[in-house]
Write a protein that binds this ligand. Structure first.
Ligand code: T5A
Length: 219
């Protein structure tokens, strides 16, 4: 793939991924890069339909394996219609959650067999490997409190509604992924205000991908 870079943000509920993904996109645009900001599940019209089904809990009765397959179907559409075309066009893609979320939620915590998840990941993301993954690490007590303050009484979604033990396991599983793949992953302390976290992310991105600094060459 020419020119473009693929950055994913991962972490538990309310850790600030969406907030920081937006800020990172702004930063990169200010440096002259073409940026596509996207998310999972979702990020393409077909995948957004799958998102609604997954987060409403409509797929849950069919079991964790069916959910894993549905996340994969959404990813296939997203990679094909949004991520790959952008990277091929030399754009930077920032994605709020990607394959590590499946490894964590469906794999480490959901106990979907490894062989199935590996097959699904190969089928969906073999041609879209992140250059950098920022894992926003935050105590789930703080993350869930942030998410519920924002929800203002609205019902928690399929995964937010799980108990604290589930969210602690999610946090531990993300940290394990980071430990196992330090060349790709950076753990970012997600405590503190959004500006403080954004500065940590800026340092991590510039240190791992120095080309992020480059300003657009005038035409
Ligand atoms: N899932 C997803 C799987 O199970 N398998 C998969 O393969 C994939 C891709 C997605 C769900 O799907 C699961 C995981 C998820 O449970 P979602 O709605 O996209 O659902 O959920 P999240 O990604 O967790 O989104 P959230 O919005 O809950 O969390 P974010 O994006 O981490 O947090 P953000 O930035 O929206 O912030 C939450 C609130 O906190 C405030 C924000 O203003 C906002 O109100 N905030 C801060 N407050 C104080 N200090 C800071 N530093 C703050 N940063 C943000």
């Amino acid at each position: 793939m020419s020119g473009g870079r693929f950055i994913t943000l991962e972490g538990g509920e309310g850790s600030g991924k969406s907030t920081q993904a937006r800020r990172l996109a702004d930063l990169l645009r200010e440096s002259g890069h073409d940026v596509v900001l996207t998310r999972e599940p979702g990020g393409s019209p077909g995948a957004e339909l799958a998102r609604a089904a997954l987060l409403s809990g409509a797929i849950r009765p069919y079991g964790v394996e069916a959910e894993a397959v549905m996340f994969a179907a959404a990813r296939l559409d997203h990679v094909e219609h949004t991520i790959r075309p952008a990277l091929m066009a030399g754009k930077w893609v920032i994605c709020d959650r990607f394959t590590d979320s499946t490894r964590v939620y469906q794999g480490a915590v959901g106990q979907v067999p490894d062989a199935l998840l590996r097959g699904l990941e190969h089928a969906t993301a073999a041609h879209a490997r992140p250059d950098l993954t920022l894992i926003l690490d935050l105590s789930p007590d703080i993350g869930l409190a942030r998410a519920s303050a924002r929800a203002q009484g609205a019902q928690a979604d399929r995964f937010e509604g799980e108990g604290l033990a589930f969210h602690r396991a999610v946090r531990a599983a993300f940290l394990e992924i980071a430990q196992a793949d330090p060349a790709r992953c950076v753990v970012v302390d997600a405590q503190g205000n959004a500006e403080t976290v954004a500065q940590r992310i800026r340092s991590a991105v510039l240190s791992r991908l120095p080309e992020a600094r480059r300003a657009r060459v005038p035409a």
